[in-house]
Each structure stands twice: as structure tokens, then as C-alpha cells.
Design a protein around this ligand. Structure first.
Ligand code: FES
Length: 224
């Protein structure tokens, strides 16, 4: 069982936290590719404690910007998706995919103030049916890793997502706690085909996948 201090250290991932700095070194899946249409509605997302807006610009490129406009904090959820960026509906400031302020129509011509404004804008890539973002400090960002399943043709891959109302560590603890599988996802009587079928339906086929008598598995950990 984690101490309260270790739990805080491991599960706080907002800006400026040690774990936040660690996970920001990696590309992170944001939304499914199918959720964003070029020039269509945006999606609100919260990643690593940051409130963000995911969108697909009219030219098709995915983008991820901070939700709140740096001018007067209007939500870009109500913003307008344009050719290569988003425009705030409040006073019309336009932000590019990288967060640069490209237009500031409520300033006098030639004021140059737009060049002083930099909004949150994270690089995005598309792979494996998902849109990924890099939220770390490296510029340019590291290349997105070529995970084998992201290189397969559409006919050979399937992407889905679900919401888990818990922090990442709780999800991980549940996922690798393999002794629960033989109880929660399998019939107590391994020969009970009817219960196995029902469990398969309820838990994505895990029931029949765990026809094992080993209900007290032991872990071996390999450093990689
Ligand atoms: S609040 Fe966004 S442009 Fe003013």
C-alpha cells in the first residue's frame, strides 16, 4: 500500500509536479481520430491537469490548445475553427496550431502586440487511429514512437477509449493485479460454460481467456 506522500508524488501530474515533468516527456493519446472532423466541432479534454481544446483545422491537421483565451479567458470551446488555427469568439484573436497569436483584430493596425502573445499550443500527430500530443519542453518535439500497432493498416487495427474515474496509478494497479482475473472475470467453477459465456459478454472475452487453475500468480519484474 502506498503512503499518502508517495501517492501524492506519483499521481499528481499537473504542470510543475515531478510526475508531470516525467510523463510530459512522452507522446500522449488525446482523442480518437474519428472524433474530430476538419473544420468541425471541437472537443474539450483534460490532460495532465490541463484543460485543453482539441480540434481539426480546416486543412485537416489536428491541434490542441489551452481552453482559455489569454486575453480575457473566454473558453475556446466556443471558438471558431479556421484554416490553420482557432479564433476566439470574444474579440477575434486568432491562434495558430503552435499557440502563436496570428491575428488581433481589436488592436490598431501595426500595434505589433500579437507577436508578444503566446498561447498554449501542443504539437499533435496522428497514428493508430488516435491523435497524440507532445506536452513536454523539447523543441522540436521528439519523433512519435513507431509502436508496432500504430503502423498497421486500418483494416488490421481497432482503436477505442473509455473513461475511468480514477487516477492512472489506480488503473495500473487494477490492470496488473492478475489474481483478480481468475475470480472477478472467470467462473468460480471453471466448467461452468454458461457463466463463462455471460462473463465473456460482460468483460470483453476475458472469461474464456483465463481458463487457468492458477489463482495465486506471482510476478517477476524485468527492467527494460
Ligand atoms: S477573450 Fe479571447 S479575444 Fe478576447
Amino acid at each position: 500500500m502506498l503512503s499518502r506522500e508517495d501517492n501524492e508524488l506519483l499521481t499528481r501530474t499537473g504542470p510543475g509536479t515531478p510526475m508531470g515533468a516525467l510523463v510530459r516527456q512522452y507522446w500522449i493519446p488525446v482523442v480518437l481520430s474519428s472524433e474530430l472532423v476538419a473544420g468541425g466541432r471541437v472537443k474539450r479534454v483534460q490532460l495532465l491537469g490541463e484543460r485543453l481544446i482539441a480540434f481539426r483545422a480546416k486543412r485537416g491537421r489536428p491541434g490542441l490548445v489551452g481552453e482559455f483565451c489569454p486575453h480575457r479567458l473566454a473558453s475556446l470551446y466556443f471558438g471558431r475553427v479556421e484554416e490553420a488555427g482557432m479564433r476566439c469568439v470574444y474579440h477575434g484573436w486568432k491562434f495558430g496550431m503552435d499557440g502563436r497569436c496570428l491575428e488581433m483584430p481589436n488592436e490598431p493596425p501595426g500595434s505589433g502586440f500579437a507577436s508578444k502573445i503566446r498561447h498554449v499550443g501542443y504539437p499533435c500527430e496522428e497514428a493508430g487511429g488516435m491523435i497524440w500530443a507532445y506536452m513536454g519542453p523539447a523543441s522540436p518535439p521528439p519523433p512519435i514512437p513507431h509502436l508496432e500497432w500504430t503502423l498497421l493498416p486500418d483494416s488490421h487495427s481497432f482503436a477505442s477509449k473509455r473513461v475511468q474515474e480514477c487516477n492512472w496509478f489506480q488503473a495500473m494497479e487494477g490492470g496488473i493485479d492478475s489474481s483478480h482475473i481468475s475470480f472477478l472475470h472467470a467462473p468460480l467453477d471453471p466448467g461452468d460454460a454458461e457463466v463463462t459465456r455471460a462473463l465473456d459478454l460482460a468483460s470483453f472475452g476475458v472469461g474464456s481467456a483465463v481458463q487457468t487453475a492458477d489463482r495465486a500468480p506471482r510476478f517477476e519484474v524485468k527492467s527494460t
